[in-house]
Design a protein. Structure first.
Lengths: 113, 114
């Protein structure tokens, strides 16, 4: 069965500092990987996705993620965090068609001034 | 021009009542979903419909009954509400089998059962 682990429940980063959110997955075949962001009271917005090809994918809002098959990881990064990035971040793994998309439990990002 | 819209945004009701949540998408997607997000923010799929046909039905009490009148709508009806049903319910849509079609989520319906 597929699963996603986000080991950090919450992370606090100073504004302007770099960010890395960890995600490890378990999946029997080649995974499709996603990062979503959820602001308070909002739905989930897709930041980026990986299907195949270049293992470093660029997303919206200056985020990027790197797929490392050997480590079963898909960590999200941003070089300089803005206060507006404070939100909950979800990593997800799925198969083609998304019918079996599995989410991690999320990492809450807090941004300090 | 909201892509995935669900109503109501908030729903407060008493135990034992029956309630419905509606969802509509105008993206032309052929697959729609209901996800439940519990108090710990954990998201779990409940149902998935492709072209009005049920394709996923996770371990959900049969008090929950999804209905898809057409591929742009997926409603969720809940009978005999219980305290444990309190959660945020998200509707989503996508193109089944199209790799570049991500899940698009609605803004959620916060259900509170008292």
């Amino acid at each position: 069965a597929q699963s996603v682990t986000q080991p950090d429940i919450h992370i606090t980063v100073s504004e302007g500092a770099s960010l890395e959110l960890r995600c490890n997955y378990s999946y029997g075949a080649t995974p499709y990987l996603f990062w979503y962001v959820q602001s308070p009271g909002q739905g989930l917005q897709l930041l980026l996705k990986y299907f195949s090809g270049d293992t470093l994918v660029q997303g919206i809002k200056g985020f990027e993620a790197e797929f490392k098959r050997s480590q079963s990881s898909f960590n999200l990064r941003k070089p300089s965090v803005h206060w507006s990035d404070a939100a909950e971040y979800f990593c997800a793994v799925g198969a083609r068609g998304y019918s079996t998309l599995t989410f991690g439990k999320g990492t809450m990002l807090l941004v300090s001034p | 021009d909201t892509a995935v819209s669900q109503t109501p945004k908030y729903l407060v009701t008493q135990m034992g009542n029956d309630k419905s949540i509606k969802c509509e998408q105008n993206l032309g997607h052929d697959t729609m979903y209901w996800y439940k997000q519990d108090s710990k923010k954990f998201l779990k799929i409940m149902f998935s419909y492709n072209n009005k046909e049920l394709i996923i039905n996770e371990t959900v009490p049969n008090r929950f009954s999804p209905k898809s009148p057409d591929k742009a709508h997926l409603n969720l009806h809940i009978n005999s509400l219980e305290l444990g049903d309190s959660a945020v319910y998200f509707c989503a849509s996508s193109h089944h089998q199209r790799d570049n079609s991500p899940l698009h989520f609605g803004n959620g319906t916060r259900l509170t059962v008292t």
